[in-house]
Design a protein. Structure first.
Length: 386
């Protein structure tokens, strides 16, 4: 379907078309809710980042790495739960000079899963550390010429991306490094072969963009988008905080979250007395039901830094799927619990890269579509236009 195409009477969609060419539709902007919400599941204190392999969450605190099976309910305590592995930073004697993990990322090369984790410590240069995903053993690390190092992401072709990370100064570009993955796999030797290459990023209109306090980033599975999180305790500029989505062909920002409203809602509150802080994120399709209480494809952490008690952690979940069910006459926002009851309502609410998924029925409504959206059927045949 091309932009601006008019849906003709009698258009029929079968459920079999759901999920085709999914890499083209990675705009995960519809907020589904929080799980955990104000939680204390063991990894809440000073939570930093999220990653995943096929079957596990990986979570960093400032001083710990967790590996948690996807079947474990993230809203309940993870310590001692079946299949959970947790390693403290102090348990790695070779990393004794460091005191802080950042937002991590998982990358699979050949037959091995690796975790890439930023390391920081007092009086020393930050380092990129590699751990084996299966048992969290440390493999190697390399120092980077950065003042601070809070996050990293790996593109589908294996390049490592990060940025400068400072609350006191602005950043206007990403940094790209090339890793010799074959050497790492064959000899457990982490080597940066080129970089950093500076990649300026831009506003939606192409003007230079300035952000600060980088917290996390991850590429969409197809590599066309980079999701990037920033935040600052006292900043009041909504456009400088939250989730930024960059087109990796132009490095223009194409979408930005809102704070407390709208479909791409990433709500957090800075300053006294909440000190809620954006943190890391991961992109993982969990619509298969394996993760208790969690749906969606984008999952973003937020930590409430309580001064006088334990921190509270939130993980916010997002999808690209806007749902339609002609039988819903209650509240409508396109989520599974509150679908639109007309295709027109869903299209008006949609964005480029969204999927409008309609429950089997006849929707007698001609329309014009001027956005790059996919129409899919669920549960049988959908007829649009009578």
């Amino acid at each position: 379907m091309t932009p601006s195409q008019v849906i003709q009477a009698g258009l029929t969609l079968a459920a079999a078309c759901v999920g085709v060419a999914a890499d083209d539709y990675e705009a995960f902007y519809l907020y589904l809710g929080d799980r955990p919400s104000e939680g204390n599941p063991g990894w809440h204190e000073n939570g930093q980042g999220l990653a995943h392999d096929e079957d596990h969450w990986f979570i960093t605190q400032a001083d710990r790495i967790w590996k948690i099976p996807v079947e474990h309910n993230l809203a309940v305590p993870a310590g001692g739960a079946p299949g959970v592995i947790v390693r403290s930073l102090s348990s790695y004697s070779e990393l004794g000079a460091y005191n802080h993990f950042g937002d991590l990322v998982h990358f699979h090369y050949r037959d091995t899963g690796y975790l890439l984790v930023p390391l920081e410590g007092p009086g020393i240069s930050p380092a990129l550390a590699v751990f084996r995903a299966d048992d969290l053993t440390h493999v190697d690390r390399v120092s980077l010429s950065l003042q601070s190092f809070g996050w990293c992401a790996v593109s589908p072709d294996g390049d490592v991306y990060t940025s400068h990370n400072s609350a006191s100064s602005f950043l206007s570009s990403f940094l790209r490094y090339t890793v010799d993955w074959e050497l790492l796999w064959a000899a457990n030797d982490l080597e940066i072969t080129s970089g950093p290459i500076e990649i300026p990023f831009y506003t939606e209109s192409g003007a230079p963009l300035q952000l600060r306090y980088a917290q996390g980033g991850e590429f969409s599975p197809g590599g066309d988008l980079l999701y990037f999180v920033t935040g600052y305790y006292t900043d009041t500029d909504d456009l400088a905080e939250g989730i930024h989505v960059f087109d990796t062909s132009t490095w223009r920002r194409i979408q930005h979250s809102t704070n407390g409203y709208g479909h791409f809602n990433y709500e957090f509150h800075t300053g006294f007395d909440t000190y809620e802080e954006p943190e890391g994120l991961t992109v993982w399709d969990l619509d298969d039901g394996r993760a208790p209480g969690i749906l969606g494809q984008l999952h973003v952490m937020m930590v409430d830094n309580d001064e006088l008690s334990a921190d509270d952690v939130y993980v916010k979940h997002y999808t690209h799927i806007i749902r339609v069910d002609a039988g819903n006459y209650g509240f409508q926002d396109g989520t599974p619990a509150s679908p639109f009851n007309t295709v027109t309502g869903a299209i008006n609410y949609s964005w480029d890269g969204a999927e409008v998924r309609m429950l089997a029925n006849t929707y007698n409504e001609p329309m014009t579509i001027s956005k790059r959206v996919r129409l899919t059927a669920e549960g049988g045949v959908v007829r649009i236009g009578g």
